[in-house]
Write a protein that binds this ligand. Structure first.
Ligand code: PBG
Length: 327
């Protein structure tokens, strides 16, 4: 009497690298990757970000070089964050035509703008002396509508400097609509908006606060960023509002702890969905790898595959250039 052996054997398709490669359901492409990069005004040498080994606050020159490397590797986009030499309560440097972010946008656009989508993070926290993402009321709240006027002006300054896409990240209500109408009114009707639509008040942003020197001097961002324990439908609502206000693409942030949200958003909308593998996600893997506890390269690839499989069309990742080279 013969034993009962399985007819269906999933292992058959896993037998060789060639088989596994052919039947893969998720593929990373260099063009899907977007590199976030920091540029700081008035420094002579790039500064390493201690909590993000391998990431730098760039000088204008080293940023151009990093942009060039990203382009050579085939990265799809680069999103710039500026750190001004002087900060004030209203973040005046953010919409100054000669502010560091505008200068960098012009230079990077001239360097790689034909090959790579040069984008700007549109927010105030890097530019305000109090580190909040907007204009404060006397009691220290972020004043939503006063902040919208600032975002509108910043987006126009960024577009004028050559930003091919602007990405509002401040989570003010109405920010996409305010920016859309300002861009349209200033003759930048063709500049698309990648909306950070779904952004959680996340501990995973920790290392970014060092990189962008934007830790709030008091309080936190939980009156505007979403509660990690909030209804997932709240994320869908944010997305729908942003689309109604004219967003061309939407983003979920952070990525790895919110894969379910990425999937829900991907199912809900008919525009590209980006996900941001944020500073804390980067730092966790780099720190564990530095201790010899994990296989760094495999873990990076696996995390990106997971984000893609969840439904992200584009991924913002500090490893963009490295991973694009490997692909
Ligand atoms: C706001 C902004 C932040 C990040 C991107 N844009 C910080 C925040 O909202 O507190 C975080 C990105 C990261 O952690 O990698 N300008």
């Amino acid at each position: 009497m013969t034993a009962q052996y399985p007819v269906a054997r999933p292992r058959r398709l896993r037998r060789s690298p060639a088989l596994r490669r052919m039947v893969a359901g998720t593929r990373l492409h260099a063009a899907d990757l977007i590199l976030p990069a920091f540029v700081k005004e008035g420094i002579a040498e790039p500064h390493p970000v201690a909590s993000m080994p391998g990431v730098f606050q760039h000088t204008r020159d080293s940023l151009r070089k990093a942009a060039h490397e990203a382009a050579e590797a085939g990265v799809g986009g680069i999103i710039l964050f500026g750190i001004p030499a002087v900060k004030d309560a209203r973040g005046s440097a953010a919409d100054d035509p000669d502010g560091i972010l505008q200068v960098a946008l012009r230079e990077v656009n001239a360097e790689v703008g034909d090959a790579v989508v040069v984008m700007a993070d549109t927010c105030l926290d890097e530019f305000t002396d109090h580190g909040h993402c907007g204009i404060l009321t006397p009691s220290g709240d972020v004043d939503n509508d006063a902040t919208l006027e600032r975002y509108a002006s910043i987006a126009v300054a960024q577009a004028a400097a050559g930003a091919q896409m602007v990405a509002p990240s401040g989570m003010m209500d109405g920010q996409v609509g305010a920016i859309r109408s300002a861009l349209d009114g200033a003759g930048y009707g063709n500049v698309p908006i990648l909306a950070y639509s779904v952004k959680y008040a996340s501990a995973f942003f920790g290392p970014f606060r060092e990189a962008a020197e934007c830790a709030p001097q008091f309080g936190d961002r939980s009156t505007h960023q979403q509660d990690p324990a909030g209804l997932v439908e709240e994320a869908l609502r944010e997305v729908r509002l942003d689309l109604a206000e004219g967003a061309d693409a939407v983003m979920v942030k952070p990525a790895l702890a919110y894969l379910d949200v990425i999937t829900r958003v991907r199912d809900e909308v008919d525009v590209p969905v980006a996900a941001y593998q944020v500073s804390g996600e980067y730092a966790m893997i780099e720190a564990a790898a530095a201790n010899g506890w994990v296989d760094r390269d495999r873990m990076i690839t696996e995390s990106l595959v997971a984000i893609k499989r969840a439904g992200a069309d584009q991924i913002l990742t500090y490893w963009a250039t490295e991973v694009a080279r490997r692909l």
